[in-house]
Design a protein around this ligand. Structure first.
Ligand code: GUN
Length: 293
């Protein structure tokens, strides 16, 4: 193997340590950052994710609430529930776990979250800022985590050709926009792309986010590329596999993220970072009079 492994777990641990200091500083101003996670129904994978998010908050000394609502929750009830969280001063970030079951309209629910508490960065106001290339209150956690990893590893983005495989609202599209806003030339590929390999071979930075196990193999990767694997696919043997065939691609890439231990830990760390930022905006500053100056 020639590629350097980008250790997402270690980068996320460092970020969490920085966040712990920021949490302590906010607490000194009388506010504890609070995240509310709303989960509807009992999808087992979603439950695991939600538990992980709550635990990560608590480990950092933050306030966390998990609201588990039944699968038959009505749209009106869910929106009213979110609106109450909008008004709750203990809560700085609100996350409604997706996908929502049944006939619930995810878009309407997301739009009911106050944009300043939308720590997922999914509200149209935050999406619009990202599209416009202006500062958004929050950027979606997974792509923001990838940007942090690239920065941490000193990867030059300006002028690089970035190829994003996947066009989801949660990862692919915001990933492409963040890279574009940072000065990359960006190609977005997806399930209808003809000759995917011809596209991916042009990538200086290749981000795979399609949810197809080991789709990206060595001959689809330019020697020396930086390869970021967002995929988390559960295999028949119960093990996790990324969208990248790690063993073969590690022979040609300059840097590569593993699965697990790559992008995954960064996603939760960015959720914490977004919640801490929201609390910093909300917490009253100690005035110069109170500070005794
Ligand atoms: N489901 C899968 N990923 C996510 C995410 O980042 N945020 C929310 N709210 N739901 C998800």
């Amino acid at each position: 193997m020639s590629a350097r492994i980008i250790d997402g777990k270690a980068i996320a641990a460092r970020l969490r340590a920085e966040l712990a200091a920021r949490v302590a500083a906010i607490q000194a101003r009388g506010t504890t950052p609070g995240l509310a996670v709303v989960i509807v129904g009992d999808d087992p994978a979603s439950k695991v994710y939600v538990r992980g998010k709550a635990r990560a908050c608590e480990d950092l000394g933050m306030h966390s609430q998990v609201h588990a609502l039944p699968a038959d929750t009505s749209q009106a009830h869910l929106i009213a529930f979110v609106r109450r969280l909008n008004e709750d001063d203990r809560i700085h970030g609100i996350l409604v776990q997706l996908p929502l079951p049944g006939a619930l309209d995810s878009r309407a629910v997301i739009e009911s979250i106050a944009p300043g508490k939308d720590v997922d960065g999914f509200h149209y106001q935050n999406v619009g800022s990202l599209v416009a290339g202006e500062a958004a209150a929050f950027y979606p956690c997974t792509p923001a985590g990838v940007m942090k990893m690239l920065a941490h590893e000193g990867v030059a983005i300006e002028g690089a050709h970035a190829v994003v495989v996947g066009r989801s609202t949660i990862v692919g599209k915001p990933m492409a926009l963040l890279l574009l806003n940072a000065g990359a030339t960006v190609t977005i590929c997806h399930s209808k792309t003809r000759d995917l390999g011809a596209m991916t071979r042009q990538a200086d930075i290749l981000v795979a986010a399609v949810g197809r196990a080991r789709l990206i193999v060595a001959d689809m990767v330019k020697p020396g590329a930086v390869v970021i694997d967002v995929g988390v696919n559960r295999m028949a043997d119960g093990k996790l596999a990324g969208d990248v065939d790690f063993a073969s691609v590690a022979e040609v890439a300059a840097m590569i993220t593993p699965v697990p231990g790559g992008v995954g830990p960064m996603t939760i760390a960015m959720l914490l970072a977004n919640t801490v930022s929201a609390a910093e905006r909300a917490a009253p500053r100690v005035s110069s009079v109170q500070a005794g100056n």
